[in-house]
Write a protein that binds this ligand. Structure first.
Ligand SMILES: Cc1cc2nc3c(=O)[nH]c(=O)nc-3n(C[C@H](O)[C@H](O)[C@H](O)COP(=O)(O)OP(=O)(O)OC[C@H]3O[C@@H](n4cnc5c(N)ncnc54)[C@H](O)[C@@H]3O)c2cc1C
Length: 312
């Protein structure tokens, strides 16, 4: 299978999701990265570590993301290279241009994919009904377009791919012009990038107690995240939510404090390398996924942990 993963970058940084797309591409067949921009040599070099081939599409007009120009150059490339599968990040950008591209390719699209199985045809998995049900969708015709959820394909193989200048330029100027980027407020944290997550659930009881978790996260060198009730109550911002309607995380350590372990939460953290759960209910489902469990009151455990960490 010939798989093309379209990389995403902004402010001179490659979105790590681009590598995750290549991890999936390598599972499916020949992996091709496509990187579009004004000067993309640096990104191409990085992508080549995970792809069989990297296609560079460079032009001054491609300096900033523009869906019309992206579609224009991608269609030119795909006309020649005939992909079976096109992978795009399920980001704000990807969600905008992937359906547009699928229509132009006359291809089926599955959005927000969290699993792919290629043993018997191509089957893509995604959640439906606001995350209550996971469905497997059999893809009946190629090429197809898949937008992929961040964090779903973190593991993969290393390669030493060939970098190819596609020699493609936009065929006409875009009707839509880039004006400016508006940065999100400073201080926001990307929980998917942290190796250590201290996650709190309804058991934390009150916004005032979040500072305890923050102190612990700081001592461990991690960040604080939460289950949905914590976010719904406004105790933490929405971008800290773990779960099917939040973020999928795979840190080295996931410390779950006062979280029951509802499947909607577990789907967002079950692949963490080490899960330690503290819950006063010995029957809490979180203990089913935890590697270590402590049946205790979090308000006893957090200060003890802090004492131990500070002692060290
Ligand atoms: C469509 C849909 C999408 C959803 N998406 C998400 C999602 O993305 N993420 C998510 O998290 N949830 C999600 N949910 C909600 C999910 O079903 C659960 O309701 C939620 O995960 C429960 O959060 P919790 O474990 O913090 O709270 P609870 O289920 O109320 O559990 C609190 C736990 O804390 C323990 N506890 C209480 N006090 C203490 C204490 N002092 N010390 C130790 N333990 C204590 C209790 O024993 C209990 O197990 C979704 C639900 C739906 C329907």
């Amino acid at each position: 299978m010939k798989v093309f993963a379209v990389a995403e970058h902004r402010f001179g940084e490659l979105n790590p999701l681009s590598i995750e797309l290549l991890n999936l591409a390598n599972k499916l067949g020949e992996s091709n990265a496509v990187v579009i921009g004004k000067d993309v040599a640096k990104f191409a070099g990085e992508l080549a570590k995970y792809a069989d081939k990297v296609w560079k599409i460079e032009d001054a007009s491609l300096e900033n993301y523009n869906p019309e120009l992206y579609i224009d150059v991608l269609l030119q490339l795909f006309q020649k290279e005939k992909p079976d599968v096109v992978l795009i990040g399920n980001t704000a950008q990807g969600a905008e241009y992937a359906p547009y591209l699928a229509v132009k390719l006359n291809a089926p699209i599955v959005t927000d994919v969290v699993g792919v199985n290629a043993t018997n045809g191509l089957v893509a998995s995604r959640f439906v009904m606001q995350g209550k049900i996971m469905v497997d969708l059999k893809i009946k015709s190629m090429p197809c377009v898949l937008t992929v959820r961040q964090g779903a394909f973190k593991e993969g193989v290393q390669k030493s791919g060939k970098i190819i200048d596609a020699g493609i330029k936009p065929s006409k100027p875009a009707g839509r012009k880039f004006i400016e980027y508006i940065q999100p407020e400073a201080g926001e944290v990307d929980i998917t990038k942290s190796n250590i997550i201290v996650a709190v659930g309804r058991g934390i009881e009150d916004a005032a107690n979040i500072s305890l978790a923050e102190e612990l996260a700081k001592a461990l060198g991690g960040v604080v995240a939460g289950s949905r009730p914590v976010i719904d109550n406004g105790w933490l911002p929405k971008d800290r939510q773990v779960g099917i309607s939040g973020k999928v995380v795979k840190p080295k350590l996931y410390l779950a404090l006062g979280i029951s372990g509802a499947f909607q939460h577990v789907m967002g953290m079950k692949d963490s390398e080490l899960i330690v759960a503290v819950n006063k209910d010995p029957e809490a489902p979180i203990f089913g996924v935890a590697h270590y469990g402590i049946v205790a009151n979090i308000f006893d455990i957090i200060p003890e942990l802090l004492d131990k960490l500070k002692g060290k």
